[in-house]
Design a protein around this ligand. Structure first.
Ligand code: PXL
Length: 274
């Protein structure tokens, strides 16, 4: 037998709530075979990010090319890349690949640490038109939609609603865009699919433990694309998955804790602890 294959190219959060580890858990829980290439190793927990160590471009290229030359991914999720050189490396590795790419333009951690170097913005902007879906949160969308968009520190505030930002960015970069509402305290997301904007309503859940929500949503969308769903169904199903694993109510760590990625997994090898 075979299985749809999904590759994540992302940063390593050793506390397991975000980044590559969250992506691999998401792939498993969404029925695809998961592969992962690490861009940067971070030191972090639910409270803070204390260190970011980028891989060398040569090492990252080797990670990706060795894996995909043997097992071809049906979809790719790209998360934190960290530096301009690593973005160039990822673009080069994916350029000949015939698989949809979902790009989560990770710029700043939920605890406020910069996860993308300022001089990498231009490189990120070159990559965006090459991907099939971009999934910014509201602050990232405001930044990408702005005119003065070379410096993340002097973010221009457009004040525009997320549905307008989705269309604006989509037309500017010629790709589909999903603007997530989480940072506006609304669970609704907006997808511009290249022709129109559609709202994906979400459920508000009273749970502060939402570290890694963006990573998880984008990797669930990639998993659904790998299984052959169209973009709209992939977004809808991914939102249902994230809602389910936030609702499970896992509470770990002193800060914004991780979600329960395995909440919907039931089988011979899962045990009930609650
Ligand atoms: O949630 C953004 C994010 C993405 N990737 C990695 C992270 C974080 C946030 O901390 O650590 C590796």
């Amino acid at each position: 037998m075979t299985r749809p294959v999904t590759l994540s190219i992302a940063g390593l959060d050793p506390s397991g709530g975000a980044g590559l580890i969250a992506d691999i858990k998401t792939f498993l829980a969404n029925g695809v075979y998961g592969m992962g290439a690490v861009t940067c190793v971070t030191a972090q927990n639910t409270v803070k990010v204390s260190l970011v160590t980028p891989m060398t471009p040569e090492a990252l290229e080797d990670e990706i090319m060795t894996a995909i030359s043997d097992i071809r991914p049906d979809a790719v999720k790209v998360g934190m890349m960290g530096t301009a050189e690593l973005i160039r490396t990822v673009r080069g590795c994916l350029s000949g690949l015939d698989a949809p790419v979902v790009l989560d333009p990770v710029m700043i951690s939920s605890s406020g640490t910069a996860l993308l170097k300022e001089d990498a913005i231009d490189e990120l902007k070159k990559f965006i038109p090459e991907v099939n879906l971009l999934t910014p949160n509201y602050p990232e969308a405001e930044f990408l939609a702005g005119e003065n968009d070379t410096d993340t520190r002097s973010r221009e505030k457009t004040g525009k609603p997320p549905e307008q930002l989705a269309e604006l960015i989509g037309k500017k970069y010629h790709t589909a865009v999903l603007v997530k509402g989480g940072h506006l305290s609304t669970p609704d997301d907006y997808l511009y699919d290249g022709s129109s904007v559609k709202k994906y309503p979400g459920l508000h859940i009273e749970n502060p433990n939402t570290h890694g929500t963006g990573c998880t949503l984008s990797s669930a969308i990639a998993a659904n694309l790998a299984k052959g769903h169209d973009l709209s169904a992939s977004v809808r199903l991914a939102k249902e998955y994230v809602t389910t694993i936030i609702s499970a109510g896992l509470d770990l760590g002193a800060g914004h804790g991780p979600m329960d990625h395995g909440a919907a997994l039931r089988g011979d090898f899962t045990e009930e602890y609650c």
